[in-house]
Design a protein around this ligand. Structure first.
Ligand SMILES: [Zn+2]
Length: 163
C-alpha cells in the first residue's frame, strides 16, 4: 500500500510539473504574440496612437501635447509604459515635435528608414516595438543628437517633489 501511495504521489508530481511547464510556455507564447498583433494594439491604443506607433505615422508638427512641455519627470512609452526619456534630456526645438538629446539607456533601438525618399534613422521602443519617431545628427548639445519624438507616443510621469 505504501508503495502504491508513493507511486501515486510520483505520478501526481510528474503530472503537475508537466502541466506547469506547458502553461508557462503557452503564457510566453501569448506574450510574444501580443507584442506583435495589430488587433491587440488596436484595442489598447487610441486611433492616433495606433497610426503612429504601429503604422509608423507622424503627427502634425507643433500640435503635440509635449512639444513645448518642460516639467520635471520621465517620458514613458504610451503603449507599454516603459520609461524612454527624462526631462533633463529634453530641449526646446523649432522642429515642432518633442526633442531629446539622449534616450534612457537600452530603452530605444535605431533602424534605418528609407521611406518617403529619405534616408533617416527610425527610433523604436525596445520593449513593445512601437515606432516613436526619428533621431537626427543635428542636435545642439554635446551628444549632437536630436531624438524627434511624436508626442502621441509618449506619456509623462511627473517627479514627485521631495519634502
Ligand atoms: Zn513601448
Amino acid at each position: 500500500m505504501k508503495k502504491l501511495l508513493a507511486t501515486l504521489s510520483l505520478v501526481v508530481l510528474v503530472t503537475a510539473c508537466g502541466q506547469g511547464t506547458k502553461e508557462s510556455n503557452d503564457k510566453n507564447q501569448t506574450l510574444i504574440e501580443m507584442k506583435k498583433t495589430d488587433e491587440y494594439w488596436k484595442d489598447k491604443l487610441d486611433p492616433e496612437a495606433f497610426r503612429i506607433l504601429r503604422q509608423k505615422g507622424t503627427e502634425y508638427p507643433h500640435t503635440g501635447e509635449y512639444n513645448l512641455h518642460f516639467e520635471n519627470g520621465t517620458y514613458l512609452c504610451v503603449a507599454c509604459k516603459e520609461p524612454l526619456f527624462t526631462s533633463t534630456s529634453k530641449f526646446r526645438s523649432d522642429c515642432g515635435w518633442p526633442s531629446f538629446d539622449r534616450a534612457i539607456e537600452g530603452k530605444i533601438r535605431n533602424e534605418h528608414d528609407a521611406s518617403l525618399g529619405m534616408s533617416r534613422t527610425e527610433i523604436i521602443c525596445n520593449s513593445c516595438d512601437g515606432h516613436l519617431g526619428h533621431v537626427f545628427r543635428d542636435g545642439p548639445t554635446d551628444t549632437e543628437l536630436r531624438y524627434c519624438v511624436n508626442s502621441v507616443a509618449l506619456n509623462f510621469s511627473e517627479n514627485k517633489k521631495k519634502k
